[in-house]
Design a protein around this ligand. Structure first.
Ligand code: GTP
Length: 384
């Protein structure tokens, strides 16, 4: 199907200018993520490069339509890669790599720009190498959601393959002694580029938003000290588990684990030691639960555990074991061996008919009884 080349060129330029504008708008909102600025500039530069390259047949200034255009074309994926490095490191990243690759690429272009087909082949090979490198680089960004990481990997890989195809076609043209690439081939390359640029530029902001959302969830639902869920996260996750259990009329148990005389630890050894104790107790609790149980730090020296589908005997056994393991653990902190005990108040509901708030209130009352009858023990209440 024939395409109208000037129309295609104008479409590519407009799309890149629009995407560049979009990136700059995002940067305006998220000043801390400089990658959006870099990606925006990269889109603008590509738009200009395509414009200059498209003027080849109308404007006899090879230094501008070949040399400058090709240098800018190489700069585009380099800035894309630089943006990815800024994105991953979340701090200023040196431009050394960009400067180095650009200067090494510009030197051969000085010699080649009078032979357009050679210059274009060289540019396509350099761009392919940068895109393939970026494809591998994106896989190292572990914090990015897996699906998005692989989609970007495929897009970069496809971009690299497109550039390699372009260089292959140019070499073929060279053999056929054509001065420039066949217009029809150039059209297909531009269409491929259009699709890939749109895909990549759409995924970049999504990637950043997905990662901020993940971070936001971590901050709102997790406890920084122990990396367990916090009270909010516990209520959310346990609420869902309880609702599921209620539908199946299965038993449910909530335990509140509170460390005994914890203020003495702080007073005798300092807050930092107290915090290390909290971390080690959190590990003990998490180490004793099944995969689908929920554990959280819901207050200063207070933890909560939700056990789905356990009968009363199992709930008692787990409470006993938790008390026992915390009491027997020797916490080794900065050369000091510390001993701690915990009291546990719990509620076992036979059919999960109660609301979570009521279960927690009853577990708190049971905890009060465990504390007032001597610490280092558990009291388990029962409800229908
Ligand atoms: N280091 C540290 N201490 C904490 C943290 N959160 C709470 N605490 C301390 O935990 C102590 C809790 O004291 P209390 O509520 O009186 O309870 P307790 O000393 O454990 O006594 P009982 O509960 O009766 O056994 C206080 O001294 C708090 O300062 C924390 O994040 N880090």
């Amino acid at each position: 199907m024939p395409f109208h080349l000037p129309t295609l060129i104008i479409t590519v330029i407009s799309l890149n200018l629009m995407l560049g504008g979009l990136m700059l708008v995002i940067y305006e909102v998220r000043k801390t993520q400089k990658c959006f600025f870099t990606w925006g500039i990269s889109c603008f530069i590509f738009g200009i490069a395509v414009g200059l390259a498209g003027m080849q047949t109308y404007f006899d200034q090879a230094w501008l339509t070949i040399f400058v255009a090709d240098v800018l074309i190489i700069l585009t994926p380099l800035l894309l890669l630089h943006g990815l490095r800024q994105f991953q490191m979340q701090r200023p990243v040196s431009y050394k790599l960009v400067a180095l690759v650009l200067s090494y690429s510009a030197l051969p272009l000085v010699l080649l720009y009078t032979a357009p087909i050679h210059a274009q082949t060289f540019t396509a090979v350099v761009c392919a190498a940068i895109f393939l490198y970026a494809a591998i680089y994106i896989l190292t960004i572990q914090q990015a959601p897996t699906l998005m990481r692989w989609m970007l990997f495929l897009l970069f890989l496809a971009h690299g393959a497109l550039m390699l195809t372009q260089s292959g076609m140019l070499v073929q043209n060279l053999a056929l002694k054509n001065v420039l690439m066949l217009p029809s081939s150039f059209e297909w390359l531009l269409i491929g580029h259009l699709a890939l640029t749109t895909g990549t530029a759409t995924l970049f902001p999504l990637l950043a938003f997905a990662m901020s959302e993940k971070r936001l969830l971590e901050v709102t639902n997790f406890d920084e000290l122990t990396h367990m869920l916090n009270r909010r996260g516990f209520l959310e996750r346990t609420g869902l588990l309880l609702a599921k259990n209620r539908i199946q009329r299965r038993p449910f148990c909530v335990l509140v684990v509170n460390l005994d005389q914890f203020k003495n630890i702080n007073a005798n050894y300092g807050d930092a030691t107290g915090e290390e104790c909290l971390r080690q107790v959190a590990d003990i609790i998490q180490g004793h639960l099944r995969e689908h149980d929920v554990a959280a730090r819901i207050g200063g020296e207070e933890f909560a555990v939700a056990l789905a589908d356990v009968d009363r005997n199992q709930a008692e056994l787990i409470s006993y074991r938790l008390c026992d393991r915390i009491g027997k653990a020797t916490l080794s902190i900065q050369g000091e061996i510390l001993k701690l005990t915990a009291s546990i108040g719990g509620i076992h509901s036979r059919s999960s008919r109660c609301e979570l708030g009521d279960l927690l209130r009853t577990a708190d009352e049971a905890l009060y009884r465990a504390k007032s009858t001597g610490h280092n023990r558990f009291v388990l209440a029962t409800q229908a």
